[in-house]
Design a binder for this molecule. Sequence first.
Ligand code: FE2
Ligand code: FE2
Ligand code: FE2
Ligand code: FE2
Length: 403
Amino acid sequence: MKFSLNDFLIAVSFALDFMEKDRLGMQSNHGKRTAYLTVCIARRMNLSEEEIYDAAALSILHDNGLSESSLYEELPGEWDHAVNRFEGSRGHCMIGEKNIKDYPFLTKPQDVILYHHERYDGNGYFGLEGDDIPLISQIIAAADSFENYFKFADGDYSHGEVLKWLSICQAGMVCPRLAKVLQQMVEDQSVWANLSNDRIEQALDEVVPSFEMEVPLDKIRQVTGVFSRIVDCKSSFTRRHSKGLAEKAARMAEYYNKDQAETTRLIIAADLHDLGKLAVPNSILDVPRALTPEEFETVKKHVYYTRVALEKIKGFEDITEWAANHHEKLNGRGYPFGKTGAELDFNSRMMGCLDVYQALTEDRPYRTGMPHSQAVKVLSDMADSGFVDSGITKDIDQAFSSV
Ligand SMILES: [Fe+2]
Ligand SMILES: [Fe+2]
Ligand SMILES: [Fe+2]
Ligand SMILES: [Fe+2]
């Protein structure tokens, strides 16, 4: 299908940005602002539009490994903890690079995310030096450190401070050519005016080049699979949730003899169904008790965030419905809209049933998952009370009875 990686990434970037804000205390819109600065720098360095397109994508994604690196930190013995302490170490660079290696870029960029914390003078995490560091990595490093250094979100910084930061860059962080471009850019007021929270999204949209390409669905699935992992890693409570849902959606698609295209679109919907959870604070997602009514109201918003992000992506119209309707119920007692059965197509109903089945059967830190028969009993009771589709519940029983 026709697909623009950057349209997709801009749509879902709020989720990555919120995760960094929540977990690391970064200012809001960190990835978007880093991407905007990256594009401004890259254009001044006369990179081609294709290179700028890829630079924008990579800068939105530059910290995509953070969610998973925080998970690895919780796994004793399976990960070298010395290389993994959030932004302050190289774990997130390695995971981030691995995640995006099959993404549909235009210029085959190599190791850009891996080396986004290198310094020109060799004082980075991997000790790479000078022009051995990919140019786009250097640009992202400059944009990222700029973003980290100042409070652009609320405009609380001065021109003098920016100049001071520039001298740090010139002292060995970036190559001389890049330092010169930064010097020119510091004097361009329009760049700084666009960095505030109320401008940045629109500004990013305006500067990023647009390329729509024919991308096979399975390649798009490689993009969304990374976001599925990022969502699953956000909370240790739901470590396999999106992955498990995607596997079950694939199994049901097979059961119903759906064609390859519809099957992949269902898997993509499963990958992204809880994307909005990245915008829910861990202080709420990780409480090992029943949620208070206020906390539950916050959690409920995640499906709305999923919808708002996905409906911006051209060609994702059906995927948006199947992903964002998973907490709606046939009797109108679901959320966020209280839709009724008449408003829920077959695949939305199926995702709703499967989401319940997946949640019941997966282990959580505070309980083990239910066996198939018990989970189906819960689903059947829900079907009898008008919450979920009874036919699909029976089919789920059949399809998974031998598991
Ligand atoms: Fe980073
Ligand atoms: Fe960063
Ligand atoms: Fe959900
Ligand atoms: Fe879910």
